[in-house]
Design a binder for this molecule. Structure first.
Ligand code: CTP
Length: 411
């Protein structure tokens, strides 16, 4: 049974949280409620205790009467709940808790749980319209979204403060539906092995200089995080980047196109899905000088030789892996991407217009076109790389399902 922790913070919408507990239970989810001190001024913990069948957690160190081993553990160890849950929801989420989550302030059970849990997080903010529109609150929301936190935006209408506008806690059904979608995704790639390449490669000229490109690795790293969140076992083969390794993914660091090729071929037999997000150098210096080239040397040319195309090498050895490539284009995006899809024998290609600075290379945003072998095309308009990763993985899941449902059944 999936476990959800529902955080309730101090706002008039807290009464709706009781309905959210019910809605989640109807989904077959076990709910643990955590209330902040202010929330208890709006609604009594006893309400949630009766509904959830669990002691409500109101304090970091409050003694409780343990009924189950998990509860007994909670008395001394909030980490136990952090590890046990599949999703953390905060509904309603006040401006205060958004600020604390953004800045990592852990001064009560709920804010500590947010830092301690690897589970995804869904926030349903509720507050006065002026507060919701305040740049400080909007900046917190954006920062949390960039970090992968899910949101159910507040609804518009008459607010308890007497004003009209956006700020009302979203409908119970909307919050429950968002939770259902996240929990559904959490299992979607369970048991799958996913191999992702990310970042640029660096081709050395001498010990101090190299040829590379503007890829930051953000797209591939975000895909790795999202695949982990869906339950996949992820290996990330990464060129040089400044990004922190995604939690729970195995990272293999490489430098050159040749090293990346070797790592991909090594890992491929174990992996059922290959996502080739790396921007691999197509050329490398024919010779890497062992010593630094001095400027008084008459040195005006670097002779280049082509690198091997990793996807073409994969094509020779792959069995039934699902292979996804990227196409970085500055012109004729669709046409060039389609050509690469066929020439590299891909199941799906993610076409990327890298001509501007608003999306693509080294940007936090991306706009892509997804094209599969059946010719189905999805235009994903400009949005955060996190949201693009969600679209790409949703599409991969559909392809996997289609492939499995059309595979001959053996008895
Ligand atoms: N790719 C690869 N090995 C290379 C070059 C590219 O596996 N040596 C992969 C990339 O990871 C990407 C896809 O091929 O998934 C397309 O890469 P891209 O740079 O867009 O195209 P190229 O094949 O290099 O062709 P061109 O540079 O002419 O556009």
């Amino acid at each position: 049974m999936m476990k959800v922790a529902l955080g309730v913070t101090g706002c008039i919408g807290a009464y709706k949280s009781a309905e959210i507990v019910r809605g989640l239970q109807r989904e077959g989810v076990e709910v643990w409620v955590i209330m902040t001190r202010h929330a208890q001024e709006f609604i009594a913990p006893l309400t949630f205790e009766a509904l959830s069948g669990h002691k409500v957690i109101t304090d970091m160190f409050a003694p409780t009467k343990a009924e189950t081993p998990l509860q007994a553990h909670l008395e001394i160890e909030h980490i136990a709940l952090a590890q046990a849950i599949d999703l953390l929801i905060v509904a309603p989420a006040t401006a205060n808790v958004l600020g604390k989550f953004h800045h990592g302030i852990a001064d009560d059970f709920l804010t500590t749980l947010y830092l301690a849990t690897p589970a995804p997080c869904l926030l349903a903010p509720a507050m006065n319209v002026e507060m919701w529109n305040h740049p400080a609150v909007q900046a917190n929301v954006q920062a949390l979204k960039d970090r992968g936190v899910h949101f159910v935006e507040p609804g518009a209408g008459y607010l308890a403060c007497g004003m009209e506008g956006q700020g009302r806690l979203a409908d119970v059904e909307t919050v429950v539906a968002a939770a259902r979608r996240i929990l559904g995704r959490r299992r979607a790639l369970a048991g799958e092995r996913v191999l992702i390449t990310a970042g640029p490669t660096c081709e050395d000229i001498d010990p101090t200089r190299f040829i590379s490109n503007r890829s930051s690795g953000k797209m591939g790293y975000t895909l790795a995080e999202e695949a982990v969140a869906r339950g996949a076992q992820v290996t990330l083969i990464s060129g040089p980047t400044s990004l922190a390794p995604p939690p729970l993914a195995q990272r293999i660091a490489v430098r050159s196109a040749e090293q990346m090729l070797r790592a991909v071929l090594d890992q491929l037999p174990e992996n059922s899905i290959l996502i080739k997000a790396a921007a691999v150098a197509d050329f490398r210096p024919a010779q890497t000088r062992p010593q630094k080239i001095k400027k008084d040397l008459p040195f005006t040319e670097i002779r280049l030789e082509p690198t091997l195309d990793i996807l073409r090498e994969v094509m020779r050895v792959k069995r039934d892996q699902l292979v996804v490539g990227f196409a970085a284009e500055t012109e004729a995006v669709m046409e060039n991407a389609r050509k690469k899809l066929l020439e590299k024998d891909l199941d799906l290609i993610v076409a990327n217009d890298v001509s501007g600075t608003q999306s693509g290379f080294d940007s936090d945003n991306n706009a892509v076109i997804l094209i599969d072998r059946a010719g189905e095309v999805d235009q994903v308009s400009r949005r955060s790389k996190r949201e693009v990763a969600v679209c790409i993985l949703d599409r991969i899941e559909r392809l996997l399902q289609r492939r499995r449902s059309s595979a001959p059944q053996t008895v």
